[in-house]
Structures are given as C-alpha cells and as structure tokens.
Ligand binder design. Sequence first.
Ligand SMILES: Cc1cc2nc3c(=O)[nH]c(=O)nc-3n(C[C@H](O)[C@H](O)[C@H](O)COP(=O)(O)OP(=O)(O)OC[C@H]3O[C@@H](n4cnc5c(N)ncnc54)[C@H](O)[C@@H]3O)c2cc1C
Length: 469
Amino acid sequence: MATTGELRDPTATSDPLVAAITTRIPGIRILADPIDRESYRYDETAYLRAGLPRAIAFPTATAHVVELVRIAREFGVPIVPRGAGTGLSGGAAGIDGCLTIAFTAMDRIIEIDRENLVAVVQPGIINAQLKAAVAAEGLFYPPDPASYEMCSIGGNLGTNAGGLCCVKYGQTRDAVLSLEVVMADGSVIRTGGRNIKDVAGYSLTHLFVGSQGTLAITTEATLRLRPAPPPRSTMLAFFPTLESAGAAVAGIAAAGLSPVTLELMDRVTIEAVDDMNDLGLDRTAAAMLMVESDMPGAAAADELERAERACREAGATETVRAADAQEADWLRQARRAAHYALERKGDVRMEDVGVPRSRVPEMLRAIERIAAAHDVRIGTFGHAGDGNLHPDLIFERGDPQAEAKTDAVKKDLYQAALDLGGTVTGEHGIGAARRDWLEKQKGEDAVRVMRAIKAALDPDGILNPGRVI
Ligand SMILES: Cc1cc2nc3c(=O)[nH]c(=O)nc-3n(C[C@H](O)[C@H](O)[C@H](O)COP(=O)(O)OP(=O)(O)OC[C@H]3O[C@@H](n4cnc5c(N)ncnc54)[C@H](O)[C@@H]3O)c2cc1C
C-alpha cells in the first residue's frame, strides 16, 4: 500500500489536492495511488455503480478534518465520509474525483464516564471493540448491527444503524447524547452534552444521526451506556409456514413481552446457515424465530415461557432452548452470519424493508409472491420484532439478468412495504441505492423540507452529494 512518502503513481504526486493536504496537514496518511484508491470505490454494495475517489485521507484529529474540509472547498471537491465501508446503501462508496475521509485512524475511546453512564469516542472505533471495552467495566452499549465486529460507530451514527436488540433498546439514535461535528464550512459544533434531559433548541443530534454524511461530519460522539444486563437465555421456535412465524411475532408483541432479540429466518436462510455452521436446525421448517431474554433470573424463564406459548398458539411445531451461554452465542453468531451463509449460494443483494409489526405476516407473504412472480430465489431473515426484514435476492454467479431482475424485484418489494404502511429501508439507509423512493415514501413536502435543510447546512453541496436526497 502506498503512502505519501512512497507513491508509485507519478501523476498522484503531482495532484495539487494531494500536495495541499500533505503540506497543510504534515504527517497525515493519504492514499493517492490508483490501485489503493480502487479499494475505496465500493462499500458492501459492489453491484451499484460507484466512482473512483481522487484521494483518501486518514485524519487522526478533529483539526485535520477541519483542514480537509477547507481544502476540499477550495478545490471544489466533494467529500465522502467513510467508516468501515460495510454499508448496504452505497453511502460510503466513491464519487468520481471525491476526497474520501476515512475514519479508521480516529478510533480512540476518549473516556468511559461511569457516574454519568456515557462513553466518549472517536468515530472510527469498531462497534464490537466499544462493546468489549465497556463490558470490561460492567457496562453495556446496546446497538448491535449484525456486522458489529466490522462496522464503526461513525458509520452506525451515519446510518442510524439497527441490529438484533433494537426491539428492546432502540436504534443507534436512541443511544446518542451528543456529537461533535465538522460542518461544510469548516466550523466545529457540539450538539449536546452528558445531560439525559436537554430540550434547549432543535435536536441537532437527532438530525445528524442517519444523515449519511450529507449534513455534517462526525468527529466525536457521546454515547449512552447501561448497566450490563444478565447473560441471555435463548429459544428457537420452528414454524410450518412463514405466516405462522409472522403471527407469532405479532402474538409476542400483543402479549406485552419485550424480548431482547426477536429474529426470523426463512427456510432458504435456515438451510444456508445450517450448511455453513452445521447446527442441526430443522431444515423442513418454513421459518424459525430466535427469541432471547436478558431479564434477571426467573424473569427470563418466565418471559421465554410466555413467548413459547405465543409461538405454539401461532402454530410452532418445535421449540428448543440453548443449553448454555456458549450455545446461545453460537446460535446468535449463526444468525449474524446469515447474509454470508446465503452468499455461499450465489451472488446476493440484500434488501431492507420494514412494516408495522402486526403486518409482518402480510409482508412475508408479499415477498413469497414477488419471488415467484419474478422467478428469483429469495432468502429472508431479519429483525422481525421491529418489523424489519432483509429479503436477500440470490442469483447464479454471473447471471446476466441479475441487474434487471433486481430492479424489478426491488420495485415490487418497496411498493408492497409502502402499501402496508412500511418503509423502503429500516436501517441501511437511502444512500445512493434507494433515492428514487424517498419522495414516494415521505411525500413531496417532506422531501422539500429535507432539501431546505441540506441547502442551509451545505449550500455548495460538497458533503456526500447525490446521497439520500
Ligand atoms: C453482513 C452484514 C450485516 C449487517 N447487519 C446490519 C444490521 O443488523 N443493522 C444495520 O443497521 N446495518 C447492518 N449492516 C450494514 C452496515 O454494517 C451498517 O450500515 C453500519 O452502520 C455501517 O458502518 P460502517 O462503519 O461500515 O460505515 P460506512 O459504510 O463506511 O458508512 C456508512 C454511512 O455513514 C457515513 N459515515 C461514516 N462515517 C461518518 C462520519 N464520521 N461522519 C459522517 N458520516 C459518516 C458514510 O458517509 C455512509 O453514508 C450490515 C452489513 C453487513 C455487510
């Protein structure tokens, strides 16, 4: 990998943008070689068209980010903020000629404040590393995307990431108290503090979370922690039809239960996960739910018993409990790896629709109907407790029709979700992948307000242009 001192490409050394960055921010790591820049063209949506960044800079301090923004403005170069590049909407993918600001080297935990139950972190820290660090102090940072071992807190804030325990603890937005951000004009603002309650002015924190790097660049975050809950108790329930599994999700909610995990896998996904992990799952089942409780002692047993009753009433044919914490971890890890298990079957495109919980059975039925209508294999899994499903479209590798079929299937999936009062994206974001659908979902007037906010905060459109709106 080339760094400034040893560039292989002679044109890169003569790039005035790169020269300005290395002169004004001495010692900053920067990639300018075309081969290195290629690695930053895509996020996890490699099937989307993306541009080649002109340079990738790795700041280590907020002051570096401020200077990078100033330089980008002077050169009229768009900026793409980037965390770990695991995004599934093309938000961190390259734009031709852009400056990608990668936060990999701004990855410190600045403070864990036990009295106020907060952690102050730089955006590049990986979610799992933060979780482990606070767990060592007997504390818990809830947001847990399935990708938590790879994705960064900055990216989680950028997408308002969800995950497996949102059903109980909410999305990333619910775990943020304050951000330090660099605005498009290079100014630095702080949006809050350590107060649990703070209603002074507009909630800029909540505006920036989920804005996918289009309104401001996050350089520090103050995150809410909780005391660590007890280890989880885990149950699997198998169903003869997708609909009965959907009915169980609605039944668990209707019974007033609040499990920490309520995840679904359909038969295609069960088979793929079982092939990869050899867990002995019931491969004849049409669907499986994973239900977990993190209540203390007998309360956990009671919660799982009541969930089991709701599953049986909805038609579950079999329920099994994890024998111990180790087995529960294996099952959870297997669920987290569902997407990669399906990727072993072909080229996969992951979707991210959401519906009100009570309408999960109808959405599952719609997915089956759409798969049949387009003759496309779909494996569906996801955060059923949030009404958030990931239909993974699976194509033979190199299928020339994959792109056209994906477009057609997406159109029907999104329309079905909207018809059920749902959303075209529950947690992955509009990014570059779903822009056509924002107005259809939110309406012309709401998008006009969003555009006005973007124009006010980034009048020259240098922050991640062409994403979200
Ligand atoms: C196997 C797999 C499973 C996944 N499971 C889940 C899941 O359960 N739940 C979920 O929500 N997502 C999931 N994802 C998607 C992805 O991991 C999340 O969207 C994650 O939040 C992205 O983090 P990242 O660090 O990779 O960000 P990136 O992909 O690098 O960036 C994501 C967005 O945030 C912006 N951004 C990054 N850093 C900053 C910053 N410092 N300031 C401003 N903007 C910034 C980028 O511009 C981009 O728009 C999964 C992905 C994979 C591959």
